[in-house]
Design a protein around this ligand. Structure first.
Ligand code: SAH
Ligand code: SF4
Ligand code: F3S
Length: 467
Protein backbone atom coordinates (compact mmCIF):
# COMPACT_ATOMS: atom_id res chain seq x y z
CA UNK A 1 0.00 0.00 0.00
CA UNK A 2 1.27 3.46 -0.86
CA UNK A 3 1.76 6.09 1.82
CA UNK A 4 -1.44 7.86 2.72
CA UNK A 5 0.62 10.73 4.00
CA UNK A 6 3.56 12.87 2.91
CA UNK A 7 7.06 13.55 4.18
CA UNK A 8 8.31 17.11 4.28
CA UNK A 9 11.34 18.90 5.51
CA UNK A 10 11.07 21.64 8.06
CA UNK A 11 13.27 24.09 6.08
CA UNK A 12 10.31 26.32 5.03
CA UNK A 13 10.00 27.67 8.57
CA UNK A 14 13.61 28.78 8.95
CA UNK A 15 12.90 32.38 7.81
CA UNK A 16 10.38 32.73 10.59
CA UNK A 17 12.96 31.58 13.11
CA UNK A 18 15.24 34.41 12.00
CA UNK A 19 12.40 36.94 12.11
CA UNK A 20 11.34 35.78 15.61
CA UNK A 21 14.87 36.05 16.93
CA UNK A 22 15.09 39.66 15.66
CA UNK A 23 11.77 40.66 17.23
CA UNK A 24 12.42 38.88 20.52
CA UNK A 25 15.91 40.36 20.92
CA UNK A 26 14.22 43.76 21.20
CA UNK A 27 11.09 42.66 23.07
CA UNK A 28 12.73 40.53 25.80
CA UNK A 29 12.55 41.88 29.34
CA UNK A 30 16.07 40.63 30.15
CA UNK A 31 19.23 40.53 28.05
CA UNK A 32 17.85 37.55 26.10
CA UNK A 33 14.29 36.16 25.83
CA UNK A 34 13.16 33.47 28.27
CA UNK A 35 10.52 30.79 27.78
CA UNK A 36 8.69 28.74 30.40
CA UNK A 37 7.30 25.54 28.89
CA UNK A 38 5.06 23.24 30.96
CA UNK A 39 4.25 19.83 29.63
CA UNK A 40 1.26 17.73 30.66
CA UNK A 41 0.33 14.23 29.54
CA UNK A 42 2.35 11.47 27.98
CA UNK A 43 5.79 11.12 26.42
CA UNK A 44 4.39 12.14 23.03
CA UNK A 45 3.83 15.58 24.51
CA UNK A 46 7.25 15.56 26.19
CA UNK A 47 8.83 14.83 22.80
CA UNK A 48 6.78 17.60 21.15
CA UNK A 49 7.88 20.06 23.84
CA UNK A 50 11.48 19.13 23.11
CA UNK A 51 10.88 20.20 19.51
CA UNK A 52 9.26 23.46 20.58
CA UNK A 53 12.25 24.11 22.84
CA UNK A 54 14.53 23.31 19.91
CA UNK A 55 12.77 25.91 17.76
CA UNK A 56 12.79 28.48 20.59
CA UNK A 57 16.49 27.88 21.25
CA UNK A 58 17.13 28.61 17.54
CA UNK A 59 15.33 31.93 18.09
CA UNK A 60 17.73 32.78 20.91
CA UNK A 61 15.48 31.83 23.82
CA UNK A 62 16.78 30.56 27.13
CA UNK A 63 14.53 28.61 29.49
CA UNK A 64 13.14 29.12 32.98
CA UNK A 65 10.95 27.07 35.30
CA UNK A 66 9.54 30.27 36.75
CA UNK A 67 6.59 31.65 34.77
CA UNK A 68 7.07 35.06 36.44
CA UNK A 69 10.43 35.59 34.69
CA UNK A 70 9.32 34.44 31.24
CA UNK A 71 8.68 36.41 28.05
CA UNK A 72 6.79 33.44 26.67
CA UNK A 73 4.73 30.94 28.68
CA UNK A 74 3.47 27.83 26.90
CA UNK A 75 1.40 24.95 28.30
CA UNK A 76 1.50 21.76 26.24
CA UNK A 77 -1.79 20.13 27.21
CA UNK A 78 -3.26 16.63 27.55
CA UNK A 79 -6.88 15.61 27.02
CA UNK A 80 -6.79 11.93 27.90
CA UNK A 81 -8.87 12.18 31.08
CA UNK A 82 -11.09 14.81 32.65
CA UNK A 83 -8.64 15.32 35.48
CA UNK A 84 -5.87 16.18 32.98
CA UNK A 85 -8.10 18.80 31.38
CA UNK A 86 -9.20 20.39 34.67
CA UNK A 87 -5.61 20.81 35.80
CA UNK A 88 -4.75 22.76 32.67
CA UNK A 89 -7.74 25.09 32.96
CA UNK A 90 -6.92 25.75 36.62
CA UNK A 91 -3.31 26.56 35.85
CA UNK A 92 -4.14 28.80 32.88
CA UNK A 93 -6.50 30.82 35.08
CA UNK A 94 -3.62 31.47 37.45
CA UNK A 95 -1.59 33.11 34.65
CA UNK A 96 -3.96 36.07 34.50
CA UNK A 97 -2.09 37.80 37.31
CA UNK A 98 1.25 37.34 35.61
CA UNK A 99 -0.15 38.91 32.46
CA UNK A 100 -1.38 41.86 34.57
CA UNK A 101 2.06 42.33 36.11
CA UNK A 102 3.95 41.85 32.81
CA UNK A 103 1.68 42.86 29.92
CA UNK A 104 4.33 42.03 27.30
CA UNK A 105 4.39 38.31 28.22
CA UNK A 106 3.00 36.03 25.50
CA UNK A 107 0.83 33.22 26.84
CA UNK A 108 0.21 30.20 24.65
CA UNK A 109 -1.44 26.79 24.77
CA UNK A 110 -0.78 23.83 22.52
CA UNK A 111 -1.11 20.05 22.50
CA UNK A 112 -3.95 17.55 22.51
CA UNK A 113 -6.60 19.62 24.29
CA UNK A 114 -6.28 22.25 21.56
CA UNK A 115 -7.55 19.77 18.97
CA UNK A 116 -10.95 19.73 20.68
CA UNK A 117 -13.38 22.34 19.47
CA UNK A 118 -15.36 22.64 22.72
CA UNK A 119 -12.09 23.36 24.53
CA UNK A 120 -10.81 26.05 22.18
CA UNK A 121 -14.23 27.71 22.18
CA UNK A 122 -14.22 27.81 25.97
CA UNK A 123 -10.67 29.16 25.96
CA UNK A 124 -11.55 31.89 23.50
CA UNK A 125 -14.50 32.96 25.64
CA UNK A 126 -12.88 32.70 29.07
CA UNK A 127 -9.20 33.48 28.64
CA UNK A 128 -8.64 36.52 26.40
CA UNK A 129 -5.07 36.85 27.70
CA UNK A 130 -4.10 33.61 25.94
CA UNK A 131 -2.85 34.87 22.60
CA UNK A 132 -1.43 31.79 20.88
CA UNK A 133 -3.27 28.49 20.53
CA UNK A 134 -2.22 25.65 18.26
CA UNK A 135 -2.96 21.93 18.02
CA UNK A 136 -0.70 18.91 17.62
CA UNK A 137 -0.96 19.05 13.82
CA UNK A 138 0.51 22.55 13.69
CA UNK A 139 3.66 21.96 15.71
CA UNK A 140 5.93 22.40 12.67
CA UNK A 141 4.37 25.82 12.03
CA UNK A 142 5.22 27.12 15.48
CA UNK A 143 7.79 29.75 14.30
CA UNK A 144 5.28 31.28 11.86
CA UNK A 145 2.45 31.23 14.41
CA UNK A 146 4.69 32.71 17.08
CA UNK A 147 5.83 35.46 14.71
CA UNK A 148 2.23 36.28 13.82
CA UNK A 149 1.29 36.45 17.51
CA UNK A 150 4.14 38.78 18.40
CA UNK A 151 3.69 41.13 15.47
CA UNK A 152 -0.11 41.11 15.15
CA UNK A 153 -0.99 41.78 18.76
CA UNK A 154 -4.31 39.91 18.57
CA UNK A 155 -5.06 36.25 19.20
CA UNK A 156 -3.70 33.57 16.87
CA UNK A 157 -5.65 30.29 16.89
CA UNK A 158 -4.59 27.43 14.63
CA UNK A 159 -6.51 24.28 15.49
CA UNK A 160 -8.57 21.54 13.91
CA UNK A 161 -6.15 21.10 11.02
CA UNK A 162 -5.89 17.49 9.86
CA UNK A 163 -2.40 17.44 8.41
CA UNK A 164 -1.26 14.05 7.14
CA UNK A 165 2.38 15.04 6.87
CA UNK A 166 5.44 13.79 8.72
CA UNK A 167 7.86 16.66 9.23
CA UNK A 168 11.53 15.80 9.51
CA UNK A 169 14.33 18.06 10.63
CA UNK A 170 12.57 20.11 13.31
CA UNK A 171 15.31 21.18 15.74
CA UNK A 172 15.06 19.27 19.05
CA UNK A 173 16.38 20.34 22.42
CA UNK A 174 16.25 17.21 24.54
CA UNK A 175 15.64 17.59 28.27
CA UNK A 176 18.25 14.98 29.17
CA UNK A 177 21.79 14.37 28.05
CA UNK A 178 21.88 10.61 28.55
CA UNK A 179 18.19 9.56 28.34
CA UNK A 180 16.17 10.53 25.31
CA UNK A 181 12.84 10.02 23.57
CA UNK A 182 12.79 9.07 19.92
CA UNK A 183 9.38 9.34 18.21
CA UNK A 184 9.03 6.70 15.51
CA UNK A 185 5.43 7.37 14.53
CA UNK A 186 2.59 9.79 15.19
CA UNK A 187 -1.16 9.40 15.66
CA UNK A 188 -3.27 6.33 16.22
CA UNK A 189 -5.73 4.34 14.09
CA UNK A 190 -7.17 2.14 16.79
CA UNK A 191 -10.14 4.14 17.99
CA UNK A 192 -10.54 2.38 21.31
CA UNK A 193 -14.04 3.53 22.20
CA UNK A 194 -13.02 5.38 25.38
CA UNK A 195 -10.01 7.18 23.94
CA UNK A 196 -9.60 10.73 22.65
CA UNK A 197 -6.09 10.29 21.23
CA UNK A 198 -7.06 9.35 17.63
CA UNK A 199 -9.08 12.59 17.49
CA UNK A 200 -6.35 14.79 18.94
CA UNK A 201 -3.37 13.24 17.17
CA UNK A 202 -4.89 12.12 13.88
CA UNK A 203 -4.11 9.08 11.74
CA UNK A 204 -1.16 6.83 12.32
CA UNK A 205 1.92 7.82 10.32
CA UNK A 206 5.29 6.16 10.66
CA UNK A 207 8.57 7.95 10.18
CA UNK A 208 10.84 6.50 7.54
CA UNK A 209 12.92 3.54 8.66
CA UNK A 210 16.26 5.13 7.72
CA UNK A 211 15.41 8.41 9.47
CA UNK A 212 14.69 6.62 12.74
CA UNK A 213 17.77 4.41 12.57
CA UNK A 214 19.98 7.36 11.73
CA UNK A 215 18.57 9.48 14.58
CA UNK A 216 19.16 6.57 16.98
CA UNK A 217 22.76 6.33 15.73
CA UNK A 218 23.28 10.06 16.24
CA UNK A 219 21.92 9.81 19.78
CA UNK A 220 24.19 6.90 20.63
CA UNK A 221 27.19 8.73 19.16
CA UNK A 222 26.23 11.81 21.20
CA UNK A 223 26.46 9.70 24.37
CA UNK A 224 22.82 8.78 25.03
CA UNK A 225 22.67 5.70 27.27
CA UNK A 226 18.93 5.12 27.13
CA UNK A 227 16.77 5.62 24.07
CA UNK A 228 13.01 5.13 24.22
CA UNK A 229 11.23 4.63 20.90
CA UNK A 230 7.87 6.35 21.09
CA UNK A 231 4.47 5.90 19.53
CA UNK A 232 0.87 5.26 20.63
CA UNK A 233 1.11 1.79 19.19
CA UNK A 234 4.72 1.05 18.31
CA UNK A 235 3.97 -2.54 17.25
CA UNK A 236 2.08 -1.31 14.23
CA UNK A 237 5.10 0.71 13.07
CA UNK A 238 5.66 0.61 9.32
CA UNK A 239 2.22 -0.54 8.25
CA UNK A 240 1.71 2.45 5.98
CA UNK A 241 5.26 2.79 4.69
CA UNK A 242 5.81 2.32 0.98
CA UNK A 243 8.77 0.11 1.75
CA UNK A 244 7.36 -2.35 4.27
CA UNK A 245 9.12 -2.63 7.61
CA UNK A 246 7.91 -4.05 10.91
CA UNK A 247 8.60 -2.75 14.40
CA UNK A 248 10.58 -5.93 15.11
CA UNK A 249 12.85 -5.10 12.13
CA UNK A 250 13.30 -1.55 13.34
CA UNK A 251 14.28 -2.69 16.84
CA UNK A 252 16.64 -5.26 15.50
CA UNK A 253 18.30 -2.75 13.13
CA UNK A 254 18.88 -0.25 15.94
CA UNK A 255 20.10 -3.01 18.23
CA UNK A 256 22.92 -3.68 15.72
CA UNK A 257 24.43 -0.24 16.44
CA UNK A 258 27.46 -0.74 18.68
CA UNK A 259 27.65 1.15 21.96
CA UNK A 260 26.80 0.99 25.62
CA UNK A 261 23.09 1.81 25.75
CA UNK A 262 19.69 0.41 26.59
CA UNK A 263 16.82 0.51 24.12
CA UNK A 264 13.25 0.88 25.41
CA UNK A 265 9.94 1.41 23.63
CA UNK A 266 6.36 2.34 24.38
CA UNK A 267 3.48 1.76 23.99
CA UNK A 268 2.83 -1.74 22.72
CA UNK A 269 -0.66 -2.80 21.73
CA UNK A 270 -1.45 -6.48 22.41
CA UNK A 271 -3.25 -6.92 19.08
CA UNK A 272 -0.05 -6.15 17.15
CA UNK A 273 2.49 -7.67 19.52
CA UNK A 274 4.01 -10.41 17.38
CA UNK A 275 6.05 -13.41 18.44
CA UNK A 276 8.70 -12.12 16.03
CA UNK A 277 8.97 -9.00 18.21
CA UNK A 278 9.45 -11.05 21.35
CA UNK A 279 12.08 -13.18 19.61
CA UNK A 280 13.95 -10.00 18.65
CA UNK A 281 13.92 -8.79 22.25
CA UNK A 282 15.04 -12.20 23.49
CA UNK A 283 18.01 -12.28 21.11
CA UNK A 284 19.03 -8.63 21.42
CA UNK A 285 22.09 -6.95 22.90
CA UNK A 286 20.53 -3.67 24.03
CA UNK A 287 16.76 -4.03 24.33
CA UNK A 288 15.32 -3.84 27.85
CA UNK A 289 13.63 -6.87 29.37
CA UNK A 290 10.58 -4.72 30.04
CA UNK A 291 7.34 -5.01 28.11
CA UNK A 292 4.66 -2.39 28.76
CA UNK A 293 1.60 -4.09 27.34
CA UNK A 294 -1.68 -2.41 28.34
CA UNK A 295 -4.58 -4.87 28.54
CA UNK A 296 -7.19 -2.38 29.94
CA UNK A 297 -9.66 -5.08 31.05
CA UNK A 298 -9.64 -8.80 31.84
CA UNK A 299 -13.16 -9.34 30.52
CA UNK A 300 -13.72 -10.31 26.89
CA UNK A 301 -17.08 -8.55 26.79
CA UNK A 302 -15.55 -5.30 28.02
CA UNK A 303 -12.56 -5.63 25.68
CA UNK A 304 -14.97 -5.94 22.77
CA UNK A 305 -16.94 -2.90 23.91
CA UNK A 306 -13.64 -1.03 24.15
CA UNK A 307 -12.76 -2.09 20.57
CA UNK A 308 -9.41 -3.44 21.70
CA UNK A 309 -9.38 -6.28 19.07
CA UNK A 310 -7.88 -9.00 21.27
CA UNK A 311 -9.19 -11.35 23.90
CA UNK A 312 -7.99 -12.21 27.37
CA UNK A 313 -6.78 -15.56 25.97
CA UNK A 314 -4.78 -13.89 23.18
CA UNK A 315 -3.25 -11.51 25.71
CA UNK A 316 -2.22 -14.37 27.99
CA UNK A 317 -0.76 -16.19 25.01
CA UNK A 318 1.62 -13.31 24.25
CA UNK A 319 2.50 -12.86 27.90
CA UNK A 320 3.28 -16.55 28.32
CA UNK A 321 5.39 -16.55 25.19
CA UNK A 322 7.31 -13.50 26.49
CA UNK A 323 7.83 -15.19 29.88
CA UNK A 324 9.16 -18.29 28.16
CA UNK A 325 11.54 -16.48 25.76
CA UNK A 326 12.78 -13.50 27.80
CA UNK A 327 14.19 -14.68 31.14
CA UNK A 328 13.01 -12.46 33.99
CA UNK A 329 10.79 -10.37 31.69
CA UNK A 330 9.16 -7.50 33.54
CA UNK A 331 5.58 -6.79 32.51
CA UNK A 332 3.62 -3.62 33.16
CA UNK A 333 0.20 -2.52 31.97
CA UNK A 334 -2.51 0.14 31.86
CA UNK A 335 -5.95 -0.69 33.23
CA UNK A 336 -9.28 1.11 33.12
CA UNK A 337 -11.72 0.47 35.95
CA UNK A 338 -15.42 1.21 35.48
CA UNK A 339 -15.74 1.30 31.69
CA UNK A 340 -19.45 2.05 30.96
CA UNK A 341 -21.50 -1.01 31.87
CA UNK A 342 -18.62 -2.99 33.37
CA UNK A 343 -20.05 -5.12 36.19
CA UNK A 344 -18.30 -6.11 39.40
CA UNK A 345 -17.99 -9.68 38.09
CA UNK A 346 -16.29 -8.38 34.95
CA UNK A 347 -14.01 -6.23 37.07
CA UNK A 348 -13.05 -9.37 39.02
CA UNK A 349 -11.78 -10.83 35.74
CA UNK A 350 -9.31 -7.93 35.64
CA UNK A 351 -8.18 -8.85 39.16
CA UNK A 352 -7.78 -12.49 38.19
CA UNK A 353 -5.73 -11.49 35.14
CA UNK A 354 -3.28 -9.37 37.13
CA UNK A 355 -2.83 -12.27 39.56
CA UNK A 356 -2.19 -14.67 36.73
CA UNK A 357 0.33 -12.43 34.93
CA UNK A 358 2.06 -10.99 38.03
CA UNK A 359 2.87 -7.55 36.69
CA UNK A 360 5.80 -5.58 38.05
CA UNK A 361 3.61 -2.48 38.29
CA UNK A 362 0.45 -0.98 36.81
CA UNK A 363 -0.92 2.34 35.66
CA UNK A 364 -4.53 2.30 36.77
CA UNK A 365 -7.29 4.70 35.78
CA UNK A 366 -10.95 5.14 36.55
CA UNK A 367 -12.89 5.52 33.32
CA UNK A 368 -13.37 9.15 32.38
CA UNK A 369 -15.87 10.06 29.62
CA UNK A 370 -14.33 12.00 26.74
CA UNK A 371 -16.64 14.10 24.59
CA UNK A 372 -16.83 12.84 21.04
CA UNK A 373 -15.85 9.22 21.79
CA UNK A 374 -18.36 6.34 21.39
CA UNK A 375 -18.06 5.25 25.04
CA UNK A 376 -19.18 8.68 26.24
CA UNK A 377 -22.62 7.86 24.82
CA UNK A 378 -22.86 4.41 26.43
CA UNK A 379 -24.97 3.66 29.51
CA UNK A 380 -22.85 4.03 32.60
CA UNK A 381 -24.99 2.64 35.46
CA UNK A 382 -22.39 2.25 38.22
CA UNK A 383 -21.70 5.13 40.58
CA UNK A 384 -18.40 6.91 41.04
CA UNK A 385 -18.29 5.57 44.64
CA UNK A 386 -18.64 1.98 43.47
CA UNK A 387 -15.95 2.40 40.84
CA UNK A 388 -13.67 3.97 43.35
CA UNK A 389 -14.14 0.97 45.71
CA UNK A 390 -13.22 -1.42 42.88
CA UNK A 391 -10.25 0.79 42.07
CA UNK A 392 -8.93 0.50 45.65
CA UNK A 393 -9.41 -3.26 45.47
CA UNK A 394 -7.30 -3.34 42.32
CA UNK A 395 -4.54 -1.23 43.87
CA UNK A 396 -4.43 -3.46 46.93
CA UNK A 397 -4.20 -6.64 44.84
CA UNK A 398 -1.37 -5.17 42.75
CA UNK A 399 0.51 -3.87 45.79
CA UNK A 400 0.86 -7.42 47.07
CA UNK A 401 2.06 -8.64 43.68
CA UNK A 402 4.58 -5.79 43.26
CA UNK A 403 5.89 -6.34 46.79
CA UNK A 404 6.30 -10.08 46.18
CA UNK A 405 8.09 -9.52 42.87
CA UNK A 406 10.43 -6.93 44.38
CA UNK A 407 11.17 -9.16 47.39
CA UNK A 408 12.19 -11.96 45.00
CA UNK A 409 14.89 -9.64 43.59
CA UNK A 410 16.70 -9.25 46.93
CA UNK A 411 20.21 -10.72 46.65
CA UNK A 412 20.42 -10.34 42.86
CA UNK A 413 22.80 -7.99 41.04
CA UNK A 414 21.19 -5.64 38.49
CA UNK A 415 22.70 -3.41 35.86
CA UNK A 416 21.28 0.03 36.50
CA UNK A 417 21.53 3.31 34.58
CA UNK A 418 22.16 5.88 37.32
CA UNK A 419 19.63 8.66 36.73
CA UNK A 420 19.68 11.11 39.61
CA UNK A 421 20.50 11.88 43.20
CA UNK A 422 17.15 11.30 44.90
CA UNK A 423 18.35 12.61 48.26
CA UNK A 424 21.84 13.74 49.36
CA UNK A 425 24.23 10.82 48.90
CA UNK A 426 21.50 8.49 47.55
CA UNK A 427 21.38 7.72 43.84
CA UNK A 428 18.54 6.19 41.93
CA UNK A 429 18.17 4.46 38.63
CA UNK A 430 16.15 1.74 36.95
CA UNK A 431 16.84 -1.88 36.15
CA UNK A 432 16.39 -3.24 32.65
CA UNK A 433 12.91 -4.31 33.82
CA UNK A 434 12.15 -0.68 34.75
CA UNK A 435 12.17 -1.13 38.55
CA UNK A 436 13.55 1.81 40.55
CA UNK A 437 16.61 1.05 42.69
CA UNK A 438 18.08 3.43 45.28
CA UNK A 439 21.61 3.06 46.59
CA UNK A 440 24.33 5.16 48.25
CA UNK A 441 26.84 6.67 45.83
CA UNK A 442 28.45 9.81 44.49
CA UNK A 443 26.54 11.91 41.99
CA UNK A 444 29.48 11.78 39.58
CA UNK A 445 28.06 8.34 38.64
CA UNK A 446 24.89 9.87 37.14
CA UNK A 447 24.59 8.88 33.49
CA UNK A 448 26.65 5.68 33.88
CA UNK A 449 25.67 2.02 34.02
CA UNK A 450 26.53 0.40 37.36
CA UNK A 451 26.01 -3.05 38.84
CA UNK A 452 23.92 -2.78 41.98
CA UNK A 453 23.30 -5.55 44.50
CA UNK A 454 19.70 -5.50 45.73
CA UNK A 455 19.61 -5.58 49.54
CA UNK A 456 16.02 -4.74 50.38
CA UNK A 457 12.59 -4.37 48.79
CA UNK A 458 10.13 -1.62 49.69
CA UNK A 459 6.89 -2.38 47.85
CA UNK A 460 7.76 -1.40 44.26
CA UNK A 461 11.13 0.24 44.97
CA UNK A 462 14.40 -1.57 45.67
CA UNK A 463 17.30 -0.60 47.91
CA UNK A 464 20.80 -1.71 47.05
CA UNK A 465 24.53 -1.09 47.14
CA UNK A 466 27.13 -0.75 44.42
CA UNK A 467 28.39 -4.24 43.59
N1 SAH B 1 -1.75 3.99 23.16
C1 SAH B 1 -1.68 3.47 24.46
C2 SAH B 1 -2.26 4.31 25.56
C3 SAH B 1 -2.45 5.77 25.47
S1 SAH B 1 -3.40 6.58 26.68
C4 SAH B 1 -2.38 2.12 24.48
O1 SAH B 1 -3.25 1.85 23.71
O2 SAH B 1 -2.07 1.36 25.37
C5 SAH B 1 -2.75 5.92 28.18
C6 SAH B 1 -3.75 5.20 29.00
O3 SAH B 1 -4.75 6.07 29.47
C7 SAH B 1 -4.52 4.11 28.29
O4 SAH B 1 -3.79 2.93 28.17
C8 SAH B 1 -5.73 3.95 29.16
O5 SAH B 1 -5.51 3.01 30.17
C9 SAH B 1 -5.90 5.33 29.76
N2 SAH B 1 -7.06 6.01 29.20
C10 SAH B 1 -7.24 6.45 27.94
N3 SAH B 1 -8.44 7.02 27.80
C11 SAH B 1 -9.06 6.94 29.01
C12 SAH B 1 -10.32 7.34 29.50
N4 SAH B 1 -11.22 7.92 28.73
N5 SAH B 1 -10.60 7.09 30.81
C13 SAH B 1 -9.70 6.50 31.61
N6 SAH B 1 -8.50 6.09 31.19
C14 SAH B 1 -8.17 6.31 29.90
FE1 SF4 C 1 -6.05 5.39 22.57
FE2 SF4 C 1 -6.41 2.88 21.88
FE3 SF4 C 1 -4.92 4.48 20.36
FE4 SF4 C 1 -4.03 3.70 22.72
S1 SF4 C 1 -4.44 2.37 20.98
S2 SF4 C 1 -3.97 5.77 21.88
S3 SF4 C 1 -5.87 3.63 23.94
S4 SF4 C 1 -7.11 4.65 20.72
FE1 F3S D 1 -2.58 13.13 26.62
FE2 F3S D 1 -2.27 13.59 24.08
FE3 F3S D 1 -0.66 11.95 25.29
S1 F3S D 1 -4.20 13.32 25.11
S2 F3S D 1 -1.91 11.08 26.89
S3 F3S D 1 -0.82 14.09 25.71
S4 F3S D 1 -1.36 11.80 23.19
Amino acid sequence: MANTFEYKNFTDEKNYITLCSEVMAVRARGSSPLACIRTYGCQQNVADSEKIKGMLASMGFGFTENAEDADFILFNTCAVREHAEDRVFGNVGALKNIKRRHPSVIIGLCGCMMEQKHVTERLYRSFPFVSLVFGTHSLHKFPELFYNTVTYGGRVYETGVDDMTVYEGIPTLRDGTFKGWLPIMYGCNNFCTYCIVPYTRGRERSRRFEEVVSEARQMIEAGYKEITLLGQNVNSYGKNLEEKHTFAELLSEIDKIDGDYILRFMTSHPKDCSKELIDVIAGSRHISTHLHLPFQSGSNRVLKAMNRSYTREKYLDIVNYAKEKIPGVSLTSDIIVGFPGETYEEFLETISLIKEVEFTSLFTFIYSPREGTPAAKMDDPFSAEEKSRWFSELLKAQEEISARRCAAMVGSVCRVLVEEESKPGILSGRTSGNVIVEFPGDKSLIGQFKDVKVTKARNWILNGELA
